[in-house]
Ligand binder design. Sequence first.
Ligand code: GDP
Ligand code: CA
Length: 316
Amino acid sequence: MILALAGGVGGAKLAHGLTRILDPSELVIAVNTGDDFLHLNYFICPDLDSVLYKLAGINDTERGWGIRDETWNFMESLKKVGGEDWFQLGDKDLATHVERTRRLSEGQTLSEVTQALCLQHDVRHTIIPMTDHRVGTVVDTKDGDFFFQDYFVRLRCAPEFTGVHYKGMEDAVPAPLFNQALNSPDLQAIIFCPSNPFVSIDPILSIPGVSDAIRQTEVPIVAVSPIIGGRAVKGPAAKMMQELGLPVSATGIAEHYGDLIDGLVIDEQDASLSAQILPTGTGVQVTNTLMKSAEDEKNLAETALNFARLLSHREF
Ligand code: GDP
Ligand code: CA
């Protein structure tokens, strides 16, 4: 069994590649919930939805988020009556938030709600929130602290990034299926998807017990670099690295994860960086890491799995 840690869009692409190779019983996808927030009294889980829509095959590839063939009647009407319109909610997408919020208010856990939504969408692979507790990623900047959506959507990531902290993390525990996967004797590898290290993967690693469990497991930990040729494919990862003083490259990703990972998959464009990364004790696999098609996703997933096999010196 393989455990994948994922944020939103970048994570969803590799997760989708993994689902094309591994059976539902062989893969668990644990997703960041640090971006979750209450908006218009609906509970919104941007990263869970990105992974869900992608695996359901209904994601919008052009816009890069949300559901394809979306309509915006609700948003236009909301604007007309003077409602809050800084966060875009398509009509189809809205149904997810309405139903999730209804189920949560009935007392279901976020894991249960996510499982129900997967079932409705015929997604058979396991997508789970990192935790059923409410935790919020707070972005620290030179202009002050902001909740993630505020920083990301309203401020468009402009303030200079200095780090993150989390609201509610002390009391959080990994979601039951995540905990089970982390401690399963069947676990064969953990893959960090090419998601934003600071605001997608780190929140997952910051749940009490998670990074200890990862350090203790014997299985290989493989990350895929979200930085290609000194740039993020999308989003603020590169800007954040620069503002933190990390090299804006796969080397910086290796530096950030340190000895938590055993290997890093980097892009062909960055092949020469192997010489910087290997001496730190992290293995390197070079391949095409830009996922523009389902074929790219599957190939990258295959490469990451083979690399993990190689690192563990055994077959799975
Ligand atoms: P978000 O919550 O939607 O921002 O999603 P993630 O954190 O999962 O993804 C953002 C990260 O994914 C960014 O740092 C991107 O550079 C990276 N990313 C997106 N698409 C690709 C891709 O095709 N290949 C790689 N290597 N990284 C990608
Ligand atoms: Ca996100």
